[in-house]
Design a protein around this ligand. Sequence first.
Ligand SMILES: NC(=O)c1ccc[n+]([C@@H]2O[C@H](COP(=O)([O-])OP(=O)(O)OC[C@H]3O[C@@H](n4cnc5c(N)ncnc54)[C@H](OP(=O)(O)O)[C@@H]3O)[C@@H](O)[C@H]2O)c1
Length: 354
Amino acid sequence: MTKLRAALLGSTGAVGQRYLAMLSRHPTIELDILMGGDSAGRAYGEAAHWLSSEDIPERFADRKILATDPHNAQGCDVVFSALPAEAASTVEPEFAKAGLTVISEASAHRLEEDVPLMIPEVNPDHLGLLGSQRKRRGWSGSLVTTPNCTVTGLAMVLKPLSDSFVLRRAIVTTMQAVSGAGFPGVPSLLITENVIPYIRGEEEKVADESRKILGAREEGRVRSADLQIAISCNRVPVIDGHVETLYAELGRDLEPEDAVDCLNRFRGEPQELGLPSAPGQPVIVRPEPDRPQPRLDRLSGSVPGMSVVVGRVRKGLSRDSIQLTLVSHNTIRGAAGTAVLTAELMHSKGQLGR
Ligand SMILES: NC(=O)c1ccc[n+]([C@@H]2O[C@H](COP(=O)([O-])OP(=O)(O)OC[C@H]3O[C@@H](n4cnc5c(N)ncnc54)[C@H](OP(=O)(O)O)[C@@H]3O)[C@@H](O)[C@H]2O)c1
């Protein structure tokens, strides 16, 4: 398989930095072009507020950041976008119109009916929307999105449950890491020694995006899943790794062990195809009563940060319900990792590259 040449929009941000780490040694994707906003024209190492304890990959430290312009990505097989939603709303369609395939982290286009909202293990068939997207919009390129960081871990747990049972209702409470707000993010005086019980727009995103991802593809659109979700989102003083508690009503009687078995057995196309960023086990269930914890579990699995870790699986109030807790790495599985895995899936299906 030939290597894909990639560009990255929003390269200096919290998510952009994860791309650099994930792609610095990637076997089939060569990250070549870094773009930015205010930082354009500067060397990456000078412009980025590097957040990881690992150094900036050497090959990118002196790389000049280019202006965010489709001309600067000509010849690239894929453009990853880690732009804020406002910039993404106009910039990403310009890139797609210019013939480029954009895979975006931003919320701006996620719910448009001809735009796939992808988690490769959950809804690989939604990539089938791209034919009608190109036709309808007259684009030679295309636009694919990945979900909000809170949705990804949740949908990866809901998918196997909805395949094995009849998922009717979910009640979710989140404890979300500060890196989910990007850089510089939440002021330290607000979050230190505190919990903030509101994240603007987040609860609506989690419900709408989860229903779309779990929905069925029809002619040129996705029919959202018929699922009631009640959700409360909280920001907590954790750096990386979102924690979510889930109460799910599953339409028929079950024991917690049935849910554990179903989650542990879950595999998707990325595992079948052996894609480089696919974790061997997308959902890992831990038996200890005090796991999962973000600090201990966010990098679990064969590809660090790409598995969702579940624990505390127990009975709910009725015989058809269960409760559990999950941890998912918000900037890896919740952002750059899912986008890279989507590119790998598209590449393996001949939808990317020459
Ligand atoms: N953080 C997470 O856990 C997470 C998870 C899933 C999805 N997301 C989404 O991913 C996107 C990026 O998030 P983030 O946390 O990395 O944000 P961030 O830390 O604020 O970074 C934003 C990046 O976008 C660039 N940028 C800003 N305005 C621009 C413009 N007008 N034109 C071109 N570039 C511009 C910035 O470059 P300069 O510094 O050069 O201006 C910076 O590189 C957002 O849409 C966010 O909602 C984030």
